[in-house]
Design a protein around this ligand. Structure first.
Ligand SMILES: Cc1ncc(COP(=O)(O)O)c(C=O)c1O
Length: 450
């Protein structure tokens, strides 16, 4: 008999509840079946099969209810099956499911583009094009920047993650597991040093770190050859690194001086996650183009490139698109998700969540020298785990802490070039009592790891 809940959303009991070991017998059986049918290359963080989710919990097929500190990798900021999303999706599914926007248009696509123009940084005329995934949005941002500038080179940064397609693999920094054996990669991609305050050799300011990157690009590529600089304003998969203050504004200034398109990849940081609509907003940085996905549509596949009308309109008619890009159901979901973000003021909520997480992590660090660095913004926080010298990455300890959390009903994720960063991405609708309970478990996990 299964204890699994059948419908999710915020009405699910907001509790941590363990009724079996993790994973339970039903999840284990299903995972064995997965092994028979699903390609090995598709990874699994925690082999639990989910039956329902909502608010701050995931309920598995054995009836366990876990506290969600992952949000499906920063996707379900508004919560799983948020009412504002499901009601619009149901209405849209009953009306029509697909026409292909390039064949015959519909309002939802245009409405999403209008919202993106309003919400993204910059008070100037903007347009958008919609796609299915973050990687696809990044690829298209590069296509647009190349057309606009007539230049080929693309600048990216150390520790960057931009996706798994051929061009975005080239733009991504980390070999394993994202690139290993998958080359040859797209050309004309050049990597510059990132501002990584915890791992700077000396106390480098943001402006100095930017000048260091600019120097590399100037010498090795030449500003006149660069179509775009693509940067995550806070590194996502690379370890939630917040660049030193002044780094992004200085880079932005340099790109403007040289007619290089500044592309902010806000796929992980966007839509209230960092305690602002977009991470660039914290330092008042206004990109030429912004790529978005993940949190945009409450769990539906949707992505966008949004930016200056003159840049967006430089591409010939028919040059951008795809069969499913801006699918009407995904657009309905996005409009519902944006409605929920505004209605529940999730910008303010993300800041409050960040304060709770930051305070709890600071308390943990008092008795755990393995906490090398605590960083992030809003509801996007992380700790970098190091060995006794205070510096050497300790991926094994980060994995052990994460595994303890999983076994005790809290879903956590790791990340970082060195695999030693524990990251916390709760849904922005997580009730306070669950967040506190989750961090009680995180604290126990640090104690258990010694
Ligand atoms: C900053 C950033 N860019 C691009 C991507 C790729 O997005 P997708 O997985 O939707 O292709 C991700 C995904 O994690 C990301 O975090």
């Amino acid at each position: 008999m299964t204890h699994a809940a059948t419908s999710g959303g915020p009405d699910l009991p907001q509790e941590r509840r363990l009724v079996t070991e993790i994973p339970g017998p039903q999840s284990q059986a299903k995972f064995a079946r997965r092994g028979m049918h699903v390609a090995k290359g598709v990874g699994t963080t925690l082999p639990l099969f989910i039956a329902a989710a909502g608010g701050g919990v995931l309920v598995d097929v054995d009836g366990n209810s876990l506290i969600d500190l992952a949000s499906g990798i920063a996707v379900t900021g508004v919560g799983n099956s948020a009412p504002e999303v499901t009601s619009r999706v149901i209405e849209q599914v009953q009306a029509f499911t697909h026409t292909c926007f390039m064949i015959t248009p519909y309002d939802g696509y245009v409405d999403v583009c209008e919202q993106l123009a309003e919400l993204t940084p910059g008070d100037f005329p903007k347009k958008s094009a919609l796609f299915n995934s973050g990687a696809e949005a990044v690829e298209n941002a590069v296509k647009i920047a190349r057309t606009f500038t007539g230049r080929a080179a693309v600048a990216v940064f150390d520790h960057a993650y931009h996706g798994r397609t051929n061009l975005t693999m080239a733009m991504t920094s980390k070999n394993m597991p994202y690139k290993h054996g998958f080359g040859p990669f797209a050309g004309e991609v050049y990597r510059a040093p990132m501002s990584y305050p915890f791992r700077e050799p000396t106390n480098v300011t943001g402006e100095q770190a930017a000048d260091r990157a600019i120097d590399v690009l100037d010498k090795q590529v030449g500003a006149a050859n660069l179509s775009c600089v693509v940067i995550e304003p806070i590194l996502g998969e690379g370890g939630f690194v917040v660049p030193a203050e002044g780094f992004l504004p200085r880079l932005r200034e340099w790109t403007a001086e040289h007619g290089i398109v500044f592309v902010a990849d806000e796929i992980q940081t966007g839509f209230c996650r960092t305690g602002d609509w977009f991470a660039c907003d914290h330092e008042g940085v206004v990109p030429d183009l912004v790529t978005t996905a993940k949190g945009i549509a409450g769990g539906f596949p949707l992505a966008a490139v949004t930016g200056r009308t003159d840049i967006m309109d430089s591409v010939h008619a028919g040059g951008l698109g795809g069969t499913y890009g801006g699918n009407p159901v995904a657009c309905a979901a996005a409009l519902g998700a944006i409605e929920a973000m505004k209605k529940h003021d999730l910008v303010t909520r993300a800041r409050a969540i960040g304060e709770v997480m930051g305070a709890r992590l600071a308390a943990i660090s008092q008795s755990h020298p393995s906490v090398g660095d605590i960083r992030g913004r809003g509801a996007m926080m992380a700790v970098e785990i190091v060995s006794a010298d205070g510096h050497t990455p300790d991926a094994a300890r980060a994995s052990a802490i994460s595994a303890f959390c999983h076994a005790h009903g809290v879903l956590t994720l790791t990340c970082g070039t060195f695999g030693n960063v524990l990251r916390f991405l709760p849904p922005l609708v997580m009730p306070e009592h669950l967040l506190i309970e989750a961090f009680d478990v995180v604290a126990e996990a640090f104690d258990a790891a010694g």
